[in-house]
Ligand binder design. Sequence first.
Ligand code: ATP
Length: 235
Amino acid sequence: MLNLSNVDVMYGKFVAVKNVSMRVNEGEIVALIGSNGAGKSTLLKSISGLCTDLNGEIVFKDEKMRCCKCHEKISRGIVHVPEGRKLFPKLTVMENLQMGAYSKCARKEAKNTIKRVFELFPRLEERKHQLAGSMSGGEQQMCAIGRGMMGLPKLLLLDEPSLGLAPKLVKTVFETIKKINDDGITILLAEQNTTMSLKYSDRFYILENGTIVNEQSKDSMADDSAIREKYFGLV
Ligand code: ATP
């Protein structure tokens, strides 16, 4: 579904992502693992079109995407839920969700999609008239993922969905990500919570200093205790 070939991403003279080649197959949950500053967010931004200074090629559903603008990518089904949620704090939950229905097709489907979002996150329905900025961190994360779903993603990019959440809520968020995936939405997520990523993802790319240093599947990981210990803190 998504193929990156030899992608470099630059901020001025600084090369934050170097020579990355990776793929995401339709239906998968793939996790980008790496410490602070490894380049996870930059890589997601290059896929969604927020970072534009890049070399290499990004192909989505057999279409070259490197030069596409964000709005073109959204219309083709690439939706990004950024780190830190980036909600509109002075708008209500409902208004935030409606803002996510960007493309013509998404607007047409908005009523049905909102129903599904409320099934996945009943708390959002209870709070639909509350200002997003007054919600708890966990509720805001739900709203950000819900807003992403309103864009009718084929590929949903989730940047640190568990950041700053209590352990019980982290579990709920990952369970919901799995349900979204079961609805047929492919997921690429950047995470520092390696335990939950290991549990819920099909494959993993490990990033260090902007470079992919390892690729693992759930099965290969199960057989490789050295990798489990080095990158996931598990024996
Ligand atoms: P974290 O888990 O802390 O969010 P990350 O793996 O997502 O980290 P990035 O945010 O992609 O890492 O940052 C990768 C590198 O690019 C870092 O060295 C960072 O300082 C740098 N960087 C990120 N954004 C910019 C920017 N707008 N201008 C210059 N450098 C940037």
